[in-house]
Every structure is written in structure tokens, then in C-alpha cells.
Design a protein around this ligand. Structure first.
Ligand code: MSP
Length: 660
């Protein structure tokens, strides 16, 4: 059994929480839950970062005394944790006395190490990011990170001797190649340090909303010096309390900081340097995830293009939101937050795949065996049973490994591979046919047992991401508590167990996208971000740098996103009478089945089309071809004068997946 100290960033309280904050908090929560299931002792910290000029100004704008404003907005972040069922062990506010003590203690230690001196800062400051920006890094006179206007500062300031830590930091990066995930972020920080470090201004005199510098109360600490220390505060650092030393010794060496990619420098460079100076160990790991984008730019309260988590939990439920964000964002990559995507995923993965499996498996045990789990003796199993058992055992291992590597999206993909496997197993076995003849009793028993037992495993594997759904599935299976992953194995569902009635887990959401948009208004009604606001570090899809001139035929990302390309499965295909080229297809697009007429008959005989995974334009207006209404278009590449070749994607992709 080991210890895991997990932290989120502490969030600025200049505005209400949005999906971006909710995401990091839910990701850390999913990892915390998975570690607990693996038997670890976990200490999970989140909270609010309340000092600095940005918050002070937001309070003035709201016409409230800053402490009162801080109380209100911090409470909204605390509420977010409750709403999202975050399993944090502590919630820290940097305005708490315990944090003042910790920040002043680390300052004193750094000072004793001879790493603080007084000088004058003259230069640029970005209040949105709370960072000092060297003149050479300005982009068109604006902040290179967020595109906001910077301000000129000239004031007395204490400096931290960051330059002294160039070599120790590079040595540390060299000796700890797994310090940051994804790995390329470590290379970025290393390159930055190799280019040479300037000493860092760590105090301000032009406003008062901060922690006073020890013995010089005209200065308040630079908000990042104050904020980063929160991770130590929560362990009792600087409190002088009995037991604080033990808590620090127990948890600090195990810490993993979960952050967004824009604050890697503060965590991987400033923070280790402050800690080295204070004689404390450097954090073990930093996990830097990508951005949620809206309209091609980072979702951010400063830009105003934010989605409220409450709108989405209301429509999709908490598990619906948690599933979507965890599935949609592989570690380190950016992802678009879109209503269309969420609706498609909800209906395809949750309502269709998992929801159907749950109701089928439980209903069948009720219908054919009076709700009692039958037995499946190992000897009697055939290859279909053995394949399912092997796939289940392999999925348990791969999901554990994925969570260990913070690859939550992959863990869910692997789990859904198993969900589809059981669904297929049930279809192949056709219990409704087996039930007609008592001679099939043993096969029916095995089928029902494996369906229910695999469902138990699936519930355990989705538990970190969808705690409510996992609990409800367990409830239907008559199980009361979560199963630890350390002892999770196939075949331990007790024969004879009494199942409870089916409880509809994820009813399909039968709303049009327009109806959905009406319910998530803050998403669509917020002003579109300006091009200058797109974060330069963000890879495609990025907002265009400037509106394209009229003669330019290039389209914007928004134009492209209007075309809804989706993965579809061909269910049926038949030649269109009297046509050489046309074939009529019935395809599954995840949320529905539809007919598409495609001009591919010369290249593909109908029987070669059934079962294929193809890509279609899903939002094309219907058109009649040879009297048949076609609802969509199949994508195919055609060489000059040659036959069309269907665009294909990995067949494991679920129908309805968006192609971008
Ligand atoms: N207060 C600092 C952090 C101090 S940590 C010692 C801060 N706060 S913040 O309110 O701006 O929150 C930033 C964090 O919120 C990001 O690092 C990320 O975890 C999360 N996100 C905010 N917007 C986001 C997206 N658009 N996408 C993904 N995560 C985002 O920086």
C-alpha cells in the first residue's frame, strides 16, 4: 500500500467556475478514486487562489470589499466540488491564516538561503495571467500567453535568485525524465531554462491584496510565490503543529500536481527552484493537460467564451458530463467542447452501448431465472464464453495500467471495447431463442452468468469516472460496496445472488441540437473570442490569425465544423435497380439508422459493403436519387477517371463518432 498526494491548481476567484476548472478537478478526482481502488492512501487537495491584482480589481468592479467578494466566489468553487462529487480531502483558500503562516515560512527559508534581495522592477505585467513579461516576448505589445493588454510597472521589489538554479534545475530534469507528463512538456521547460534564467520579481508594492512580506509589510508577495506554497500549507507546513512534520514526510514526496499546460513554467521551474532554495524536496510529478477550446480558442473567463458545468450536468447528468470530458480529451491534447459531440457520445456510448447492456443483462436474469444469478461451471464453458472471460481479464489489466499512466480516455475506450464485446456475445447467444427449449438450459445459464459477471467488472472499471452509474449498476446486481481493483477478477459474482429491478441508467436524450443549445445558453450566447485571444501554444484547430480576404477561398474552422462528418456502420446494402453506379445503404450513425444512396456500386458489390465502418456527411439536406431519399453522403476518394475508394477508419470506432 502506498501514499498518493494529488493536487489541482488552486483557481483564481475573479469569476465563476467553468468547464475548464471542472475538468482538471474531475480528472484529478478520477485518478484519486482509481488510486483508492488500487489500495493507495490518497490525500487530494483543491482550492482557491485569492490574492493578486486581478482578484482585487474584479472585487472593485463588483463593488464589493475584496474579502467579501473572495468569500462569495470561493464558495462557488467549493460548491462546484460538491456538485461534481469531487472526493477531495481538503479545500484550501489562500486567505486562510494557515496559508499566511506557510507562505511566510517559505519566504523566510528562501531568505535565509540568501536567495532574496531588494531591487526595482521596471517592465511589463499581464494581470490576466499574473506574470511578468519580458519586453522581447511581447506579441504586438500584448501578453504572449493570453493576448491581453500588458501594463507598465515601475516599483520597488524583492527578487528571487532564479538564475542561481539554472544548473540544479537542468540536473533535476536530466535525472527525472518522468517529472512531467506528457514528456514533450519537459523538453519545452528544459529549452527555456537552457536559454538562461533571469532573477524573478517576487513582491509588489502598488496594491495591498496579498500576503505581507515578513518584516516589510509595504510589500505583498507576488501571487505565484504565495499560491504555489498552498501545496505545502495543506500538510501543515509552517504551522508548528505537532504532527505537521510527519504529515509532510508522509505525503510531500508523493505529490503529483495536475495542471493545465499554460502553468507548466510556474510549476516545473519556479516551484522547484523555490523548494530547492528552501531545502525541500521537488514535486514528484506534474501532469499537464491540454485546453478545452470553444470556437477554436481556449475556453477562458477572461475571453468570455466559457461553458458552465451546471448547464451540462442538468442535461446529461453528472456522469454524462464526467464521461464526456474524460473520454474526449486524451492526456496533453486540446479538445473542442461541443454540444453536438456531447449529445452524440451520450446517446451512442452511454444510452446505446452501456445503457442497453445493463437493461438487457439484468432484465434477462429476471425474465429467465427469476432474478437469481445462475452458475457457469468452468468445465462447461465454450469458446464464446472463454473469449469473453479472456477479454474481460485483459481489460481489467489494461484499464489499471491506463489509469496508472493518466490515460483515462484510453481506459474508457478499452472498457467500451468490453461493453461492445458483451453486447455482441449476447446477440450471438440470443438468450431469447435459447429460452424456448429446455435443452439449452446450461447454455442459457452460462450466457446470463457471464453477462451479469462482466457487467460487475464494467461497473468497477467505470467507477472512478462515473461513480453514480457504477453504484447503480452494483445496486441492480445486489452488491453493496465498490470492489477494490486489487482483487477484481472474472467469475466472482456469486451464483444464486438475487438481482434487483432494472433501473434505466442513461435514457436516450431525444433533443435536437437547437433544443440542446437553448438549454446551454451560456455556451452559445457568450461573445466569440477574438483571434488575438487564441493561445499561440495551442496546436490546430486554431482560430485564424485574421479574417481571410474576400478573394481567399480558405474557410475558417467554424465553416469546417459546420460539416458534420461522422463514423457510420453499414447495416444493409442493395443495388439500386436500373442504376449501374448507385447502391442503397442502410447505415447506423450511432443515434439513428438512415438510408444513404451512394455512387459506389461499380467499385463495391453490395455484399462487400455490409459491416464496413465508413465516414459520412451527416448533416446534408436530404436528396432524392432514382426516387430514393438519401440522408447523407458517403466519403470516398476517387483518382482521376478511376473508381471510388471508401474513406475508412478503425472499425473499433463507435458509430456516430465525429470526424474532424
Ligand atoms: N491560480 C492559478 C493557479 C495557481 S496553482 C498554484 C491559475 N488559476 S486559474 O483559475 O486560471 O485556473 C487555471 C487552471 O484551470 C488551468 O491550469 C486548468 O487546470 C484549468 N483550466 C482553466 N481553463 C481551462 C481550459 N480552457 N481548458 C482546460 N483547463 C482549463 O492559473
Amino acid at each position: 500500500m502506498s501514499e498518493s498526494y494529488l493536487t489541482t491548481p488552486i483557481y483564481y476567484i475573479n469569476a465563476q467556475p467553468h468547464i475548464g476548472h471542472a475538468y482538471t478537478t474531475m480528472l484529478t478526482d478520477a485518478i484519486a478514486r482509481s488510486r483508492r481502488l488500487m489500495g493507495d492512501h490518497v490525500f487530494f487537495l483543491t482550492g482557491t487562489d485569492e490574492h493578486g491584482q486581478k482578484v482585487d480589481r474584479a472585487a472593485q468592479k463588483a463593488n464589493l470589499p475584496t474579502p467579501q467578494f473572495a468569500d462569495q466566489v470561493s464558495a462557488a468553487f467549493r460548491q462546484m466540488c460538491r456538485d461534481l462529487k469531487i472526493s477531495n480531502d481538503d479545500f484550501i483558500r489562500t486567505t486562510e491564516p494557515r496559508h499566511y503562516a506557510a507562505a511566510q515560512e517559505i519566504w523566510r527559508r528562501v531568505q535565509r538561503a540568501g536567495d532574496i534581495y531588494k531591487g526595482e522592477y521596471e517592465g511589463w505585467y499581464c494581470t490576466v495571467d499574473e506574470i511578468f513579461v519580458p519586453e522581447a516576448q511581447l506579441v504586438d505589445g500584448k501578453c504572449p500567453t493570453c493576448g491581453s493588454k500588458v501594463e507598465r510597472l515601475k516599483e520597488e521589489s524583492y527578487y528571487f535568485r532564479l538564475s542561481k538554479y539554472e544548473k540544479p534545475l537542468l540536473d533535476y530534469y536530466r535525472d527525472h525524465p518522468d517529472f512531467i507528463r506528457p514528456e514533450f512538456r519537459l523538453n519545452e521547460v528544459r529549452t527555456f531554462v537552457e536559454a538562461g534564467l533571469q532573477d524573478l520579481s517576487i513582491s509588489r508594492t502598488s496594491f495591498k491584496w496579498g500576503i505581507p512580506v515578513p518584516d516589510d509589510p509595504n510589500h505583498v508577495m507576488y501571487v505565484w510565490f504565495d499560491a504555489l506554497t498552498n501545496y505545502l500549507t495543506a500538510l501543515g507546513f509552517g504551522s508548528g503543529d505537532a504532527g505537521a512534520e510527519d504529515r509532510l514526510a508522509r505525503w510531500w514526496p508523493t505529490v503529483t500536481h495536475f495542471i493545465g499546460k499554460e502553468i507548466v513554467r510556474q510549476h516545473a521551474l519556479y516551484w522547484p527552484a523555490f523548494l530547492m532554495s528552501a531545502g525541500l524536496p521537488v514535486p514528484r510529478r506534474i501532469i499537464a493537460h491540454g485546453f478545452w477550446l470553444m470556437g477554436g480558442a481556449k475556453m477562458s473567463k477572461s475571453l468570455g467564451n466559457v461553458a458552465r458545468y451546471q448547464d451540462y450536468t442538468q442535461v446529461f447528468g453528472l456522469d454524462g458530463l464526467r464521461y464526456f470530458v474524460m473520454r474526449e480529451m486524451p492526456l496533453g491534447q486540446d479538445a473542442s467542447f461541443s454540444d453536438e459531440e456531447m449529445l452524440a457520445r451520450f446517446n451512442a456510448d452511454l444510452a446505446n452501448d452501456l445503457g442497453n447492456l445493463v437493461s438487457r443483462a439484468i432484465t434477462m436474469v429476471h425474465r429467465y431465472r427469476d432474478g437469481r444469478v445462475p452458475a457457469s461451471p468452468v468445465d462447461g464453458r465454450d469458446s464464446l464464453d472463454r473469449d469473453l472471460v479472456a477479454a474481460t481479464a485483459a481489460t481489467i489489466e489494461s484499464v489499471k495500467a491506463c489509469f496508472g499512466e493518466i490515460q483515462v480516455s484510453q481506459a474508457l475506450q478499452d472498457t467500451w471495447g468490453l461493453v461492445r464485446h458483451v453486447n455482441k456475445y449476447i446477440v450471438e447467444r440470443a438468450p431469447w431463442v435459447l429460452a424456448k427449449d429446455a435443452a439449452n438450459d446450461a447454455t442459457l445459464d452460462r450466457t446470463l452468468y457471464h453477462a451479469a459477471d462482466t457487467l460487475r467488472i464494467i461497473a468497477a472499471l467505470v467507477d472512478p469516472v462515473m461513480p453514480d452509474a457504477a453504484g447503480r449498476i452494483r445496486g441492480m446486481l445486489g452488491l453493496d460496496s465498490a470492489e477494490p481493483w486489487t482483487s477484481l477478477q472474472v467469475g466472482t459474482l456469486a451464483p444464486g445472488a438475487q438481482l434487483r429491478p432494472v433501473d434505466a441508467l442513461f435514457p436516450r436524450i431525444e433533443k435536437t441540437i437547437e433544443e440542446l443549445r437553448g438549454m446551454t445558453t451560456s455556451n452559445e450566447s457568450t461573445p466569440a473570442p477574438t483571434a488575438a485571444a487564441a493561445t499561440p501554444a495551442t496546436p490546430a484547430p486554431a482560430a485564424p490569425a485574421a479574417p481571410a480576404p474576400a478573394a481567399d477561398s480558405r474557410i475558417s474552422i467554424d465553416d469546417f465544423m459546420k460539416v458534420e462528418l461522422r463514423v457510420a456502420k453499414v447495416l444493409e446494402a442493395e443495388a439500386v435497380p436500373k442504376s449501374k453506379k448507385l447502391v442503397k445503404l442502410k447505415v447506423d450513425v450511432g443515434t439513428e439508422q438512415r438510408t444513404i444512396v451512394a455512387g459506389i456500386a461499380e467499385a463495391y458489390p453490395p455484399d462487400q459493403l455490409v459491416g464496413r465502418t465508413i465516414v459520412i456527411v451527416a448533416n446534408l439536406k436530404p436528396a432524392k436519387l432514382m426516387g430514393i431519399e438519401s440522408n447523407g453522403m458517403v466519403l470516398a476518394a476517387s483518382p482521376e477517371g478511376g473508381l471510388p475508394n471508401l474513406v475508412s477508419v478503425d472499425p473499433s470506432l463507435p458509430a456516430g463518432s465525429r470526424v474532424r
